[in-house]
Design a protein around this ligand. Structure first.
Ligand code: NAD
Length: 82
């Protein structure tokens, strides 16, 4: 699959490590990223960094190009309510 600006991705465990690296790499290609993680502080920081990367591709969107969602991905009930 070709990665093009404007596509969307959801990265679980995106607040640190491999997930953070993936989120930033996707953001550097202009892809909208939803960062899902247990860690709110780190996850919001990654979403902010992705928005900065995305700004090189998208201007005047009128909505955030990256979001953080706090969720335990092992908890099915929490996933449904998020
Ligand atoms: N780092 C490596 O070189 C490497 C190599 C092979 C495999 N792995 C595996 O890849 C995975 C990620 O590794 P990493 O180094 O990026 O780890 P990491 O600890 O840096 O990142 C994991 C992220 O997932 C989040 N997380 C953990 N449980 C969660 C849950 N239930 N719901 C939502 N978020 C959750 C954590 O808060 C953290 O931000 C691990 O399972 C690790 O064993 C890592």
């Amino acid at each position: 699959m070709e990665l093009k600006p404007g596509l969307s991705a959801l990265v679980t465990g995106g607040a640190s490590g491999i997930g953070k690296a993936l989120s930033l790499a996707l953001g550097a290609k202009g892809i909208f990223v939803t960062v899902v993680d247990l860690s709110e502080e780190k996850g919001k920081e990654v979403a902010s960094l992705v928005q900065k990367e995305n700004a090189k591709f998208h201007t005047s969107l009128g909505f955030p190009s990256a979001l953080f969602v706090k969720c335990d991905v092992t908890d099915a009930g929490r996933q449904k309510s998020t």
